[in-house]
Design a protein around this ligand. Structure first.
Ligand code: FE
Length: 497
């Protein structure tokens, strides 16, 4: 049965979701398919959509009755939805990491997870086992002929973009040392400084943290090659999941977080569970000049940032020598402790994500901050042609209600010029994931012209739906049933044909 999805322009009713519906999405992906058909429930697929929607997320959450402690510890499973001439077909594969293959063979967890999954046998079996399990589950992007499954604490895995077969660990033509950290949040510069580039980073943390900023060519004969590379060190532990770019700057927000590794070493907690807010610390914006910009070769700047915790940024741009950055702020670092059950988390007790804009003055070391919307949101993006430039429109996943925390159930289009918003909702029984904006090829200059694709957990049939919306007004173009059930996931990308 299809969820009764609806488009909405007015304020929503105060609705109550069912925790059971929300948590029913946490299941194993049972099948790997090749070019499988999706069942069209409503509408039709626009013929102009031509390319592949890749999506990564945890697909294996249980082995022999043992569940992961947190879904982020689940092994990466890539889904590729290939659009062609009004049709869409699904191919999906687990990333064959070394660790996935070992665990698949003996059907038990052999590694600890960063988010608290432990090997069987209690503290003694886990103490001093500091091996990292590269689960390749956070993002998926295409660079040249490689599809890269990303996980920020280690190197990417390369897959065949067509078949999704795993080629193996990838060092990007010798750029990365063995096991070197490589962010799961590359940014794609659409050509601010003459050529299109992928800008990304790796961070080496400690009492001093070092950011390696790398830029790769994404077009022509040099595709995949390293164009620039710099390293900068900053005081303090740096937990950096995402960043933003402008033509001249790479902008990071160093959260005021401390890391105490002792419970991890003693086998009591996962490494990420050892992160905690440092109430006496001050978050910092770290501004690193890009090698292709006006301040190439100059030293980075550090500017105080607002209190709170940020995983994801929406976009950044420069205006009148100031840098603007829009980010999703939480009041505190949301963690799941060793005794917590992730299916039963109380949304009311966790901070919600709030979209805010900061204007940074790098010359005076000052900032101002304003709230753009009080509605809980995550997974926000702009039209990729506007990455690093002032953009008017953004699309994001939101909770159903206008205030307070809750699961992501709606897609919102935000117009920052008019300060207006419209939503499409899957509530009360559908749960959305990251929306991906697909720009129309016909009128590239029109910022909001295109479509939004999103996977929705349809709890009525315990399955996943693929939804295609018109990106201008969020009207439904098509609803399709996906032939596998995919848990709440992480990030995805669009690759044009
Ligand atoms: Fe992320």
């Amino acid at each position: 049965m299809a969820v009764s999805y609806l488009k909405r322009d007015s304020s929503p009713q105060q609705t109550i979701f069912s925790q059971e519906d929300w948590s029913s999405a946490y299941c194993n992906v049972e099948k790997e398919l090749n070019h499988a058909e999706l069942k069209l429930v409503r509408g039709s697929i626009p013929k102009q959509i031509s390319g592949t929607f890749y999506r990564n997320g945890p697909g294996r959450l249980e082995r022999s009755g043992q569940w992961v402690h947190h879904p982020f510890d689940g092994d990466g499973m890539i889904a590729a939805f290939k659009f062609e001439n009004g049709t869409v077909k699904l191919t999906n594969r687990f990333v064959r990491t070394k660790e996935w293959k070992e665990e698949e063979e003996c059907q038990k967890f052999l590694y600890r997870g960063v988010f608290g999954t432990q090997k069987k046998g209690g503290v003694l079996a886990n103490a001093f086992d500091v091996r990292l399990k590269n689960i390749a589950n956070t993002h998926v992007i295409k660079l040249g002929n490689d599809l890269l499954a990303l996980w920020e604490a280690s190197s990417p895995y390369s897959l065949n973009p067509e078949t999704l077969e795993t080629n193996g660990l990838c060092n990007l033509n010798g750029v990365l040392k063995k096991g070197e950290a490589f962010s799961a949040h590359p940014r794609f510069d659409p050509g601010h400084n003459t050529e299109e580039r992928m800008v990304t980073f790796g961070v080496n943390t400690g009492p001093k943290s070092t950011i390696r900023l790398m830029e790769f060519s994404t077009t022509g004969e040099k595709v995949g090659s390293l164009l620039s590379d710099r390293k900068d060190s900053f005081n303090g532990f740096a937990f950096l999941h995402d960043f933003a770019i402008t033509p001249n700057w790479a902008i990071f927000l160093q959260n005021a977080i401390s890391f105490n590794p002792i419970p991890f070493l003693l086998g009591q907690k996962g490494a990420a569970q050892c992160l905690a807010s440092n109430p006496n610390g001050t978050p910092k914006f770290l501004l690193i000049p890009r090698d292709c910009g006006n301040f190439a070769g100059e030293s980075p700047k550090t500017v105080d940032a607002p209190k709170g915790f940020v995983f994801h940024h929406l976009n950044a741009w420069e205006e009148n020598e100031k840098i603007n950055i829009e980010s999703i702020f939480y009041d505190d670092f949301p963690s799941i402790g060793p005794e917590d059950n992730f299916r039963k988390i109380d949304f009311d007790l966790l901070p919600e994500g709030i979209l805010k804009r900061c204007e940074i003055n790098p010359n005076k070391n000052t900032f101002t901050c304003s709230t753009l919307s009080k509605q809980c949101c995550e997974f926000a993006m702009v039209n990729p042609h506007f990455e690093g430039l002032k953009s008017r429109f953004s699309w994001m996943a939101t909770a159903e209600n206008k205030e307070g925390n809750g699961p992501l159930q709606a897609i919102k289009k935000f117009d920052s010029l008019k300060e207006e918003e419209i939503s499409w909702s899957a509530a009360p029984r559908g749960f959305v994931s990251e929306p991906i904006f697909i720009p129309s090829q016909e009128s590239k200059s029109e910022e909001d012209n295109g479509w939004v694709v999103v996977l929705v957990w349809n709890s009525i049939r315990s399955g996943t739906d693929l939804i295609i919306l018109d990106s201008k007004d969020l009207t439904e173009k098509a609803i399709l049933e996906v032939p596998i059930s995919i848990p709440h996931g992480l990030h995805g990308s669009w690759v044009e044909n």
